[in-house]
Design a protein around this ligand. Structure first.
Ligand code: UN1
Length: 508
């Protein structure tokens, strides 16, 4: 399997993308990347030291002073060229994502497609960094708002979307005039380095200042450097709620800005008016895609009691057809989870479900033997459960689907909302009243609410993120770009008098 890609044989250095600045990375310490597909060590990446980090930030700050002067459409043109590079290397990068992270090759390619899509989006956005203009209450005055570049943006990304989530942040931040320091997950450092290489030529060819795109490697500590550092104007963090709370607290204590995209506990409501031919494949892909490790993965289905048994037997049939195996072999539907720690979490959740009295509709299990040597392959399973159980209330990043029952739609919506997280949700119904109730202010409380499609696989054009413990941030499309800029309100007096607002008289 190692021959699929030309993987580095020597430890790789993090740093800036054009390679002009090399960090004195700690040669004694490396971030080791193992493929969950076959358990092999596929790369050693030097760990950034605090001194490296400081050099990165200084270089980034100097780059910001220049980059913010480049006209936004010109910055967009550079991002357009990056999109071309990702088109060129889609197969190679998608394969590496699949190999390093474990998601199926199709999903690895899909992830690179998300990068290409956000590049295209950001190019258009570069000519649409619009501010409003207002009518002043004073005569011969004009009011408007402008959006200016913000500064250095720190991007903390998770293993499950090792490259796409970075691009949602970075491509927008760049057209907005910011510079980026990326700290990828320590579980997937190689895909991050590959991205830096892929855009390196574009940065060099366009004489982009060194430091516009930086990479630091490390775990929790490196994340804390970014969160605590007042030189980082915005910290955009994707990952667990626990991580997000720590980042939010550190950033808030210095009154910095954070953009959080944290855990989900996403449900699909299946009404008696659903078209089950649509619902079943959506549920299965949502629950087992990326081996249940998307923040948008379907974790719960809430099924109307009159069709509950029918849905159960259809899901049993569908799960029986699932083929588990190497993510790089396209005949398999489900690849491994990221590592043994995740397997342990899966097992702990399975035990807890049994202790609570949950019944498995599709049995769990850990696979071993030929093809499963990494120990990271688990069986997607379905358990009949209660929404209130602690195990159902928390996000287990594994392919475990909970089946819940409802009588009235109000009850279904109550169950759907009754979890700490608020990322994605959907309803399957052909009844227009039910669909609208679900989307109403009294309906789903999530950042994403869909009708007749699943919870995962959001397009980049919409604002992506969620409420409650999901963190409230919005990335990607719509007006998410505003988080990467600072807003300035301007009032201009072009008259010959000095009237005060609110009608205040102040005569000298
Ligand atoms: C994530 O899991 O952090 O909506 C992002 C989806 C993908 C992105 C998921 N487009 O499933």
């Amino acid at each position: 399997m190692q021959s699929i890609l030309p993987l580095p044989t020597q430890p790789v250095k993090p740093g800036t993308s054009t390679g002009q600045v090399f960090w004195q990375a700690d040669k004694a310490k490396t971030v080791d990347s193992y493929s969950p597909a076959d358990g092999q060590l596929i790369a050693r990446v030097h760990l950034s030291t605090r001194a490296d980090y400081d050099r990165v930030v200084e270089t980034a700050q100097a780059a910001f002073a220049e980059w913010r002067l480049v006209p936004a459409p010109r910055r967009g043109e550079i991002v357009r060229q990056m999109g071309e590079q990702f088109r060129r290397y889609k197969r190679e990068l998608g394969t590496l994502v699949s190999y390093e992270m474990g998601k199926s090759l199709q999903e690895g390619l899909g992830e690179v497609q998300e990068i290409i899509d956000i590049c295209d989006f950001a190019v258009g956005q570069s000519r649409q960094l619009y501010g409003l203009s207002m009518h002043s209450e004073r005569p011969a005055h004009r009011m408007l708002e402008q959006w200016h570049p913000l500064g250095v943006v720190g991007i903390i990304s998770a293993f499950n979307f090792p490259v796409a989530v970075w691009s949602w942040n970075a491509m927008l931040a760049w057209v907005c005039g910011d510079v980026c320091i990326w700290k990828p997950s320590e579980k997937t450092p190689l895909t991050a380095l590959a991205c830096q290489q892929i855009i390196g030529d574009v940065l060099r060819n366009n004489d982009v200042p060194e430091g516009v795109s930086c990479l630091v490697t490390g775990g929790r500590e490196a994340g804390e450097w970014l969160a605590r550092d007042p030189r980082i104007a915005l910290v955009s963090a994707t990952g667990s709620t626990r991580m997000g709370k720590a980042v939010a607290e550190a950033v808030a204590s210095r009154l910095g800005k954070s953009l959080l995209e944290l855990g989900g506990n996403n449900a699909i409501i299946v009404s008696e008016h659903a078209d089950l031919d649509l619902a079943i494949p959506a549920i299965v892909f949502g629950a087992v895609g990326t081996a249940g490790q998307r923040c948008t993965s379907t974790r719960r289905i809430i099924v109307q009691e009159s069709i509950y048994e029918d849905v159960k037997s259809r899901l049993k049939n569908a799960y029986a057809q699932l083929r588990i195996g190497s993510p790089l072999d396209e005949s398999f539907h489900v690849g491994p989870v990221i590592d043994m720690a995740t397997v342990a979490q899966y097992q702990a959740a399975v035990n807890e479900i049994r202790e609570q009295g949950g019944r498995f509709v599709v049995e769990p299990g850990i696979l071993d033997g030929l093809g499963f040597e990494s120990g990271c392959y688990v069986r997607p399973c379905i358990a009949e459960a209660e929404n209130s159980w602690p195990v159902v209330q928390r996000e287990t990043f594994a392919p475990i689907l909970y089946m819940l029952k409802y009588t009235t739609l109000e009850d279904a919506i109550r169950q759907q909302n009754n979890v700490p997280q608020g990322l994605s949700s959907s309803i399957f119904t052909l009844n227009m009243r039910e669909a609208e109730q679900f989307l109403a202010a009294t309906g789903s409380d999530c950042g994403i609410a869909n009708v007749n499609i699943g919870t995962s696989g959001a397009e980049i054009g919409g604002a992506f993120g969620g409420e409650k413990e999901t963190g409230g941030g919005r990335e990607s499309g719509s007006d998410a770009w505003k988080a990467y800029m600072r807003r300035q309100t301007n009032t201009i007096n072009y008259g010959t008098t000095m009237p005060l607002a609110q009608g205040i008289a102040f005569e000298l």
